[in-house]
Design a protein around this ligand. Structure first.
Ligand SMILES: Nc1ncnc2c1ncn2[C@@H]1O[C@H](COP(=O)(O)OP(=O)(O)O)[C@@H](O)[C@H]1O
Ligand SMILES: [Mg+2]
Length: 495
């Protein structure tokens, strides 16, 4: 649940609770007050009745009663309000009782109502009793002697009940109204109050979208000054986030600086090594081919020096290329016909390894991408070299080119290099495209002399610099590298 909803719900719950407490307390208080007043009126009505009976207390119904039929005529006496109940109690049993209606006429109580009255506990305090029917609740009080003879007087509770009910209804309505107003106003106010937090969140979200893991990153995102006031809660969050971003930015800058230094060193070192390597190669070759009478093991050593110098040269070239690609996508953008690239690469591979089977699967029409031709050739030839040196003789290698779309739907050229060799060691697959990751060089004799672990790193670096992607799928008998390169835009092709 969002903080916003939780706040609103808490406020509503509090208001409902306060409304409930006010309602209960005020209804109870009002009820108590009205009952006390009614009891006082009951006392007056009892006194008035006793007066009109004329005499202290009627010990027998005949002694003080008035009215020919034995009715409790005192109920209708002067000053008695409509609805007043009056009756005689004889030995604790109420045997005659009546209620005076609004026209001043006495209405006799039914037998059940008399029974209800008789069943009341013998106390002189006023009691509440439900007489049923249209009469409802009554507040009644006895005035009788030890023997249970005397009178009972009652007053209706209807007014009290109606007033208290009214109060309850009003309280409930006011509380509901308050809840609605609080929900509406509260939503607006809380939204306003949380707006600074939204801005802080927006800043954090923008930072998460930045690519911070490599390259030269300028982390300029900061929470606006208005939301960094340390006197407010949100301000403290904003200020801490800014401080954090500052630390991250300086960490990134120093990381980048040290990366640049390493890269520069590798580039410089590789560059400087090229010339002496060329000399070693040249002198070795010169000596070997020279007109000397050299013992065979010296000739062999010179050949080894030459081939190792060649290998080291290509290693140095690879390192230099990787260092340059790391500096940024400084790739050339010229139209490259991939069909040509594949035909060249496969025919070169064919010459290098005639004991492998090479299959070329090209589409009808040429496919062009925009990029650096020699680098793309190097990508394909690295894959072909792998398919050659990391598989036994007789392996069939298929190189296919097709049009398609990449994962995000961009029209792309898709190059697939697949072989039916033994597959890539599963422990390598995760890190395959990282630098110096290579398999067991003793697997195939050929691989030992050329393996550096840089081939696939270069493949990925070049393909990335072209805005493409590379993926691999491998199991024994089926290894496939798939490269997607965005196709040249149609407009660019027409120019
Ligand atoms: N087609 C393939 N079949 C089997 N193993 C392969 C294949 N391609 C690459 N590999 C494995 O991946 C490793 C890394 O390849 P790569 O980066 O080109 O380095 P290198 O070829 O110099 O060893 C290789 O050492 C090899 O073990
Ligand atoms: Mg390789």
């Amino acid at each position: 649940m969002t903080l916003r909803n939780r706040l609103i719900l808490s406020v509503l719950a509090l208001i409902a609770l306060v409304g409930l407490i006010i309602g209960v307390v005020s209804s109870l208080a009002l009820n108590g007050f009205l009952l006390a007043r009614l009891d006082a009126q009951l006392k007056t009505a009892t006194d008035r009745s006793l007066m009109s009976i004329d005499g202290p207390r009627p010990d027998s119904p005949s002694s003080g009663s008035t009215g020919s039929s034995g009715d409790p005529a005192f109920v209708g006496g002067p000053g008695q309000a409509a609805g007043t109940l009056g009756g005689f109690s004889l030995g604790g049993v109420v045997d005659r009782a009546a209620i005076v209606d609004s026209a001043g006429v006495l209405q006799q109580l039914t037998t059940e109502q008399l029974d209800t009255l008789s069943s009341l506990t013998a106390t002189d305090q006023p009691q509440t009793v439900n007489l049923g029917g249209s009469l409802g609740d009554y507040r009644v009080a006895f005035d009788r002697s030890e023997s249970g003879n005397g009178i009972v007087v009652g007053l209706p509770l209807a007014d009290v009940t109606a007033t208290v009910t009214q109060l309850v209804i009003v309280t409930v309505l006011v509380t509901i109204g308050g809840l609605v107003v609080a929900a509406l106003l509260g939503t607006v106010l809380i939204r306003l109050a949380l707006r600074p937090l939204d801005r802080v969140v927006a800043t954090a979200t923008r930072v998460t979208r930045l690519q911070l893991d490599r390259g030269d990153v300028a982390l300029a995102e900061r929470v606006p000054d208005a939301d960094t006031d340390p006197r407010t809660e949100v301000g403290r969050v904003g200020a801490s986030l800014n401080k954090l971003l500052g630390h991250v930015a300086s960490a990134l800058t120093s990381r980048q600086a040290s990366e640049n230094k390493v890269r520069q060193f590798v580039a410089d070192a590789s560059h400087e090594l090229r010339t002496p390597l060329a000399s070693i190669r040249g002198y070795a070759e010169l000596t070997r081919r020279g007109d000397f009478d050299l013992p065979p093991d010296v000739t062999h050593s010179l050949g080894r020096i030459e081939s190792e110098a060649t290998r080291m040269t290509s290693l140095v070239e690879d390192l230099l290329l990787l260092a340059r690609l790391d500096e940024g996508p400084s790739i050339e953008k010229a139209p490259v016909d991939l069909t040509r690239v594949l035909v060249d690469a496969v025919s070169d591979a064919h010459v290098a390894a005639g004991d492998h089977e090479w299959v070329l699967d090209l589409p009808e029409e040429p496919i062009e991408v925009s990029g650096d031709g020699p680098r793309l050739y190097q990508v394909v030839s690295n894959l072909l070299a792998n398919a050659r040196v990391h598989t036994p003789a007789g392996t069939e290698v298929t190189v296919a080119l097709a049009s398609g779309v990449d994962a995000s739907g961009v029209p792309s050229a898709i190059i697939t290099v697949s072989d039916d060799g033994p597959g890539i060691d599963p422990v390598l697959v995760e890190t395959l495209f990282e630098r110096f990751v290579r398999g067991d060089v003793s697997r195939f004799r050929q691989a030992g002399s050329t393996s550096t672990g840089l081939g696939l790193a270069i493949v990925r670096a070049v393909v990335d610099a072209h805005g493409g992607g590379v993926e691999v799928e491998s199991r024994p008998g089926a290894t496939a590298f798939r490269i997607t390169l965005p196709k040249r835009a149609v407009g660019a092709a027409a120019r």
